[in-house]
Design a protein around this ligand. Structure first.
Ligand SMILES: NC(=O)C1=CN([C@@H]2O[C@H](COP(=O)(O)OP(=O)(O)OC[C@H]3O[C@@H](n4cnc5c(N)ncnc54)[C@H](O)[C@@H]3O)[C@@H](O)[C@H]2O)[C@H](O)CC1
Ligand SMILES: [K+]
Length: 536
């Protein structure tokens, strides 16, 4: 499922109306029916207040009002404009209501908002149809006063398309006032605001309703931006033949560990095995080898000469490169627990330059890369980088605030420029590919913001790469599986107590869920919540 910007939705609308000949009023009717059907299914009570702006979002609101009135609801309609200012399809819906002798209260001044205030307090729910994709500047003045009344009423709010005041194209909160919705019903495809943080906290439960944009049109204008869904990744696991042996499922090397950081590579190694890789060796500083021998049962270790205090340095390079070349490794995860020392940078650079295997690069592996990003372009196999915002800021030189404001664009730009897959981790992890596609993960939970979950992700993705799966699929499947395990860990332990090793423990159950065959028909049903769309 695509994630759109307002302009992209506008193009699809225009082509549907002008190219195919579906009149705009039909799209508006479909939109309004979708909103009304979500209300009837999900929202208790029959007393509605519908607040309409002067654009097509308001037009949708007027059509919703008619639908609910026809179903016997008690509906109060407030129009925040002179009726004479309504145009096109919104005007038609206004005239229809007037033809039905329905009262519509037109308010234009703050001083006249007393009725709206008391009706909002007494209603079972409020429909917010003030602004949608046409919002052009932050909301202030009269409209801000209306939005404040709605927010303060504590009556449940159903927003039409977008909570009024939020901008469609970003997860960044606006400077002006905005509606805090309980439910948002949007049309054809979700927009960035519904998906990206922190705005997504204020959209409530999102439902996407079909308004009859033909699939051919949406495909032609494919924005390359997707919600990461289970149907994209459920078939990631290679089948297991009766004659299988462990070398059929890949051999992952985890290069990392330093004094004080033996847990990180251990978790990566164990997560990789739980994901189904055939073999794992942890390539670790020699002084710490005994620790790893005790911690790790199934994974092997390869101890390497290291600096005195137990970390890799430039002198460790040759031995690591030889080990990686001599064994039957099929992929390398580099970085977990590597630490940051004087020549870690040289260590990472030399390994990337001298080994032709596919790499997953994480943590201090990424920090070491910051001054040498150009070497990524020379890698023989597509690497996967798994930075969080801070690490990505060091890699790109962009301030974190800029990255947070538009993670999708920045991740895609970097992936395209350097020919790598970027897994930009955060509340909404973005997987960007060298071809310019972006997959946005919307499952998982804030309990996963705890030490070591990144190491687990590296192990999961490393396992998929080692199995021979493409970088795009390994990264998307890895992110999705990791979040599934995180959601299961939240159920079992709660967000506070959840720790990274819980995710490893729950990987078997998460894998079972991921692999379940998809139910009939993966196309978008008439009304679908984001959870249904993701498919879990
Ligand atoms: N395919 C679809 O998604 C369909 C969507 N529909 C609905 O149409 C709106 C978009 O309608 P539009 O008329 O372009 O814009 P709005 O209704 O959001 O508002 C525009 C209106 O408001 C003025 N304005 C903008 N910003 C401000 C501000 N900060 N303060 C004051 N006034 C402002 C602007 O000048 C306009 O007059 C979409 O969201 C859907 O709800 C169609 O119904 C069907 C197809
Ligand atoms: K709205």
């Amino acid at each position: 499922m695509f994630v759109l910007k307002a302009s992209e939705m506008g193009i699809m609308d225009k082509e549907t109306i002008e190219g195919v000949g579906i009149p705009g009023i039909v799209l508006m009717e479909n939109a309004a029916r979708g909103v009304a059907s979500v209300i009837k299914k999900k929202i208790p009570g029959r007393k509605a207040v519908i607040v309409c702006g002067k654009g097509n979002n308001g037009g949708d609101g007027l059509a919703v009002a008619r639908n609910l009135i026809n179903s016997g609801y008690d509906v109060k309609i407030f129009l925040l404009s002179e009726p004479g200012n309504l145009k096109g399809d919104a005007r038609i819906n206004y005239d229809v209501l007037r033809g039905m002798k329905v009262q519509i209260v037109s308010v234009k001044r703050e001083i006249d908002l007393g009725d709206l205030f008391s009706e909002c307090e007494n209603a079972d729910f409020i429909v917010d149809a003030i602004f949608g994709t046409g919002l052009s500047k932050p909301v202030e003045g009269f409209y801000a006063a209306v939005i404040d009344i709605i927010n303060k009423s504590r009556t449940p709010v159903i927003s039409v398309d977008i909570p009024s005041g939020l901008f469609a194209d970003t997860g960044v909160l606006p400077e002006g006032t905005f509606i805090k919705a309980n439910v948002t019903v949007t049309f054809a495809f979700p927009k960035l605001v519904h998906i990206m943080a922190p705005a997504c906290k204020y959209v409530g439960d999102v439902f996407v309703v079909d308004i009859s944009i033909p699939a051919k049109i949406s495909e032609r204008h494919n924005p390359g931006r997707y919600v990461l869904t289970r149907d994209k990744v459920f078939d990631v696991f290679p089948g297991r033949d009766i004659n299988s042996h462990k070398y059929n499922f890949g051999f992952l090397a985890v290069v990392g560990g330093s004094c004080g950081k033996t847990g990180a590579p251990s978790m990566s190694a164990l997560a990789a095995l739980r994901t189904g890789v055939g073999l794992v060796s942890a390539i670790v500083p020699r002084d710490l080898n005994f620790v790893f021998e005790v911690k790790l049962t199934e994974p092997m270790t390869i101890p390497i000469m290291s600096a005195e205090r137990g970390h890799f340095n430039a002198n460790s390079v040759d031995e690591v490169v030889t080990s990686l070349k001599n064994s039957k490794f099929t992929a390398v995860a580099i970085g977990p627990g590597l630490g940051w020392n004087r020549d870690t940078e040289v260590f990472v650079k030399e390994i990337l330059e001298n080994v032709d295997l596919p790499f997953v690069i994480d943590a201090d592996g990424l920090n070491s890369l910051s001054k040498n990003v150009d070497i990524l372009k020379n890698l023989k196999k597509t690497a996967i980088l798994t930075p969080h915002g801070g690490e990505f800021s060091r890699l790109t030189g962009l301030p974190t605030s800029e990255i947070v404001a538009d993670p999708v664009t920045h991740a895609v730009n970097f992936a395209k420029e350097h020919g790598v897959v970027v897994v930009l981790k955060g509340g909404r992890t973005v997987v960007a590919t060298p071809e310019g596609k972006a997959f946005i993960n919307i499952i998982g939970n804030p309990g996963m913001a705890t030490a070591g979950t990144g190491d687990v992700l590296t192990g999961i993705i490393g396992a998929f790469v080692a199995m021979g799966i493409s970088a795009e699929k390994a990264a998307t499947a890895g992110v999705f599986l990791h979040s599934l395990a995180g959601d299961m860990a939240k159920e079992k332990f709660g967000q506070e107590s959840l720790v990274a090793t819980d995710l490893i423990e729950l990987l078997p159950e998460a894998i079972k869920l991921l692999k379940q065959p998809l139910s009939e028909g993966t196309e978008i049903p008439f009304v679908s919540s984001m959870r249904e769309i993701v498919g879990v």
